[in-house]
Ligand binder design. Sequence first.
Ligand SMILES: Nc1ncnc2c1ncn2[C@@H]1O[C@H](COP(=O)(O)OP(=O)(O)OP(=O)(O)O)[C@@H](O)[C@H]1O
Length: 224
Amino acid sequence: MIDLVDASFGYRHRPVVTGATLAIRPGERVAVVGPNGSGKSTLVKGVLGLNDHLGGQVRLFGTPADRFRQRHLLGYVPQRHTVSATVRATAGEVVASGRLPRLGLLGRPGRADRAVIAECLAVVGLGDAVHREVADLSGGQQRRVLIARALAAGPEVLVMDEPTAGVDAANQVVLAEVLGRLVERGVTLVVVTHEIDPLASLLTRVVTVDTGRITGDVPAPGRA
Ligand SMILES: Nc1ncnc2c1ncn2[C@@H]1O[C@H](COP(=O)(O)OP(=O)(O)OP(=O)(O)O)[C@@H](O)[C@H]1O
């Protein structure tokens, strides 16, 4: 699904991650760990085409990244605690924005799209929040709205940047349950995280990044 060979990524032509070789297969649940500033976000953003690809190969679903057009197959939950306090929108509207890549020429959601949007909110445990303003939701709930938004396009791989950061213990359990439901549906997960423990039962593999390099790639604890 994701295949990097000696790949480098960075910003404004300055490399941050170099020599990254990594293959992620369907059904894997991969944690990306490492110190602050080591390049974890840069690595996953590079896979998603959100920064500069400065060298090496990136293939997505078997296609070189620069020719890959099925972007909806890769969902992304960015590193951000909340949606945005400056945007007034309902949870349903935010999730609908994630459906845009799958809408037809008219760009208006039909009945089937609305059903997908409702289902995505249900998967993240917010089935009753479709008409609620996101600004009125807690930080953990807003994080789950962002996961639902990423799911709305029907991705096969979900890349999440620190989904549990800044979320209290109770909500971490809820988030882990949400991710467990995604795993049951066969979604492949790539999760940048500082906290492996809340996700331990889900993970199959742990990739370590340090000073811009992949320095470790091992089965998750208990899977060796
Ligand atoms: N948009 C950007 N423009 C320029 N440099 C950036 C940008 N984003 C990150 N960097 C730099 O890239 C390096 C790695 O940052 P990155 O966010 O990938 O690390 P990280 O491992 O995800 O860190 P954290 O755990 O703190 O989120 C840092 O030196 C950072 O300053």
